[in-house]
Design a protein. Structure first.
Length: 459
């Protein structure tokens, strides 16, 4: 993000440069540690890109594509500006999470723990309930396109179980390097396919450019907020810092590389969002065709594509749908399991008094991916949710899941503002004005979305 350094303070400017204090402070929990080094990559380079690809593949699931598609079908190109602003907001959030990991040499949980034990209570409940319900959702989403591609094959629930088990085995037996390569293939597939379909529907470029002007048509406020806040990941944004460490980036030598990587992630996300908005505007808005809400809306779109452009285009789109859903599944299986393992291990170490200073190195070495805690959460994401596939989801559980999920993004945005403006962060890597503005906008937006979602769930 562009920005300027606050004179005399050494605060992070948003440009990758810093000045002023060296930020050295005692190495105790919740206090900034200087991680600046004279060695390491001299400049950011495309050959280092990786964690950003992973977060883009994980963060944009089928539900995000449907939400954007429906916005295009309802309002044409009018809300294109909102989708782009949403990507800029997510760049700021992911950059802040990655900056914390690299600037302090600690994981995000150490920062949260320094804010009080309430963060531990919140995350403990969240990660257990969220994982239980999300596991079933991710497996069902991955199964839908397979049912459409192979109508004579197994049913939806059987395909869902198969995708969950394949995700479990893949993440269980592979380390980050292989995981990243597979995610790169999946995001390449869905990027090429979605862009191909967007070109096939012949976008009206004049109308598209007009959509860059911020306007709010009647009845569009909630769609606008959803586009800005809903596309590009939730808990996976917090997982970004862990993928940065798993890549081997452990200190501020990698700050410029991380920022390039993060921007690549959300520029890629922006292309997905714009392409789906184009498809919605051209295929659905002009013909007044309505889609089913939820992931099944993409199955509806496949049928429409087959009628309009033939079987090959429709099948290609379903392959892209599967790449989107399965990429999100294995991304969560890996990234949130890393977070869970760090979370529990940190609590255990604190109670034993054995210290937590080597947490980042543990992630970078791959040791965390081989741990019992990592694999325990993998099992939690896979097997208990299989039971939900064969039962109607209990109403109370769905409400708790929705409420906890609604609170996570405000929690992430506001705690990052707190952490990155305090002595917990070395002075040269603290927020500048632009970073604070972007995180504050994100926090306010997510608070509004949270209030709406909680209201819808309870009333």
């Amino acid at each position: 993000m562009a920005g300027t350094t606050d004179s005399g303070t050494g605060e992070y400017s948003g440009t990758g440069e810093y000045s002023g204090s060296d930020g050295t402070a005692p190495a105790r929990p919740g206090t900034a540690r200087s991680t600046t080094s004279t060695s390491g990559p001299r400049r950011s380079s495309w050959r280092y890109i990786g964690p950003g690809i992973v977060v883009a593949a994980t963060g944009v699931g089928a539900g995000d594509l449907v939400a954007t598609l429906i916005a295009g079908s309802q309002f044409g190109y009018t809300l294109l500006w909102a989708a782009i602003i949403g990507c800029v907001v997510k760049i700021s959030l992911a950059e802040a999470a990655g900056r914390w990991h690299l600037a302090t040499g600690t994981t995000l949980f150490e920062g949260w723990r320094s804010l009080g034990h309430w963060t531990t209570v919140y995350f403990a409940v969240y990660v257990v309930v969220w994982g239980f319900v999300y596991g079933a959702t991710a497996m069902s989403s991955s199964a839908l396109p397979l049912v459409a591609l192979f109508p004579e094959g197994p049913g939806l629930k059987t395909w869902a179980v198969i995708t969950g088990l394949v995700g479990l085995v893949f993440v269980w037996f592979n380390r980050y390097a292989v995981f990243e390569k597979v995610m790169t293939v999946l995001i390449g597939m869905k990027f090429l396919i979605v862009m191909y379909v967007a070109i096939r529907v012949a976008p009206r470029l004049g109308d598209a450019f007009a959509g860059l002007v911020p306007v709010l048509p009647d009845g569009s406020l909630l769609y606008t907020l959803g586009l800005i806040g809903g596309v590009g990941g939730t808990i996976t944004m917090a997982a970004y810092g862990y993928w940065v460490n798993a890549k081997g980036w452990t200190d501020s030598r990698w700050m410029r590389v991380m920022r390039l990587d993060n921007r690549v992630a959300y520029v890629t996300t922006g292309f997905f969002v714009v392409a789906m908005l184009i498809i919605g505007a051209e295929l659905l808005h002009s013909s007044q065709i309505a889609l089913t809400s939820g992931d099944r809306g993409l199955i509806d779109l496949g049928t429409i594509l087959e009628d309009r452009f033939g079987v090959v285009t429709a099948k290609l789109f379903l392959v892209g749908f599967f790449a989107t859903s399965f990429g999100a599944l294995i991304g969560v299986w890996h990234g949130v399991s890393l977070m869970f393992a760090d979370f529990v291990d940190r609590i255990v170490r604190e109670r034993r008094g054995t210290g937590t200073e080597d947490m980042v190195e543990t992630v970078a070495s791959g040791e965390r991916e081989r741990s019992v805690l990592f694999r325990a959460y993998l099992l939690w994401l896979t097997f208990p949710p299989i039971g939900l596939l064969f039962l109607d989801q209990p109403f109370g559980l769905v409400v708790v899941y929705g409420v906890l999920g609604a609170f996570f993004m405000p929690f992430l945005a506001l705690t990052l503002i707190w952490l990155l403006n305090s002595s917990r962060t070395p002075a040269q890597w603290r927020n500048g004005v632009l970073s604070n503005v972007m995180l504050a906008v994100a926090g306010l937006l997510f608070v509004v979305l949270c209030a709406k979602q909680v209201k819808d769930l309870i009333w």
